[in-house]
Design a protein around this ligand. Structure first.
Ligand code: G3P
Ligand code: MG
Length: 352
């Protein structure tokens, strides 16, 4: 009938939305789901398990390839997550591949930073752990770090070993990528000072600092500990302050991740490509009427959505960095809720 047709087309039209979920402090704390996140995500699938509404994870975190993170998240959250739904702080590093494809680059951070870069196509990558292991006494505190021997945070990947033409001791490092949070600030700051001031050729002077890229500039983030923990932005400040006191030139660097508007533009493009059963678009140029950013960090998630502008709508949860009663005074969100489950309830009641 005309009536049912009208209802049908209205519901299709109102489904022209997508959702970007922050991870730390919204979906998880550490590896623990929070705020009813598994139930909330389940509502975005139909009974057969097919994706009804397009959504992505938009996190500044990382340290493992997107495909591996998708598998981990699927297990933790009980829904089938595609690699393309995982956008991490370091995901834009892929675009720098052409520039450094065969150059020696150093990957810093927890997890498997070198594997992340190799999967993006970089052919001559060393983790900072591997790199440091080539230089005896580079870290004068190493003998006091009783975790370094047992834990072997790095594996000297035999495949990459073969690909590498020369010993890194005699090669210039052409770029440094901070993929995820530094595990050993004292060692990493020391070794990065060496690399950035000399190009990694100890004792030599260089004319220009190798480019330095950070996956994000988060001062802090919410883990399992009740109050927030220092993030990559704090590490950047430490490195920069020390570098600028020791060397004549100021440290140059580029930070990716939220709140950069390009991250939100990219999320929109990814959302557009996702296979979902209900993804009616308004038109080709502006496919979504509303894109929801659900985040816990006002200066990162909410500020980013605000800077990205239309069609972004920000929802701030109280489950992470933000713990206030009312809205944030400097970066007010379009809406404030306690949990991600509440946020999804609101979106679905508004949109369907
Ligand atoms: O280390 C991760 C943290 O900086 C932010 O993660 O998911 O809250 O963007 P997320
Ligand atoms: Mg967060």
């Amino acid at each position: 009938s005309f009536f049912s047709h009208q209802i049908h087309s209205q519901s299709l039209h109102s489904a022209s939305f997508g959702i970007a979920f922050d991870i730390d402090g919204v979906i998880l704390r550490g590896d623990t789901p929070i705020g009813g996140s598994p139930q909330a995500l389940k509502r975005l699938y139909d009974d057969s398990g097919a994706l009804r509404f397009p959504y992505v994870f938009l996190t500044n975190g990382g340290g493992v390839p997107e495909s591996k993170r998708a598998t981990e998240l699927s297990k933790l959250l009980g829904v089938p997550i595609l690699a393309s739904q995982v956008i991490q702080g370091h995901s834009p590093f892929r675009q720098l591949m052409n520039r450094f494809e065969n150059e020696l680059i150093i990957a810093v951070g927890k997890g498997e930073p070198a594997r992340v870069m190799s999967e993006y196509g970089f052919k001559n990558v060393l983790s900072i752990d591997e790199y440091a292991s080539y230089f005896k006494h580079i870290d004068p505190l190493e003998q006091y770090k009783n975790w370094t021997n047992e834990q072997a945070g790095y594996q000297r990947s035999s495949s990459r070993e073969v690909e590498r033409k020369n010993d890194p001791c005699s090669q210039r490092v052409e770029a440094v990528f901070v993929v995820s949070d530094s595990v050993d600030w004292s060692r990493d700051i020391q070794v990065l000072c060496d690399i950035l001031s000399t190009g990694g050729l100890p004792g030599r002077e260089i004319s220009s600092q190798p480019p330095l890229y950070f996956a994000n500039d988060d001062l802090s983030y919410q883990g399992l500990f009740p109050t927030e923990r220092l993030g990559m932005g704090a590490f950047r400040i430490a490195l920069e302050s020390i570098y600028n006191r020791v060397y004549p030139n100021s440290l140059e660097y580029t930070s990716y991740g939220k709140p950069n508007p390009s991250v939100f533009k990219n999320a929109e493009n990814v959302l557009m490509q996702l296979p979902s059963t209900i993804n009616h678009r308004v038109n080709e140029q502006y496919p979504f009427k509303t894109l929801y950013m659900i985040g816990d960090n006002p200066s990162v998630d909410i500020n980013g959505a605000w800077k990205a502008g239309q069609p972004w709508f920000s929802i701030l949860t109280r489950s992470g960095v933000f713990k206030g009663k009312d809205n944030h005074p400097i970066y007010p969100a379009d809406m404030v809720v306690d949990t991600v489950e509440e946020a999804v309830d609101y979106i679905l009641s508004r949109e369907t």
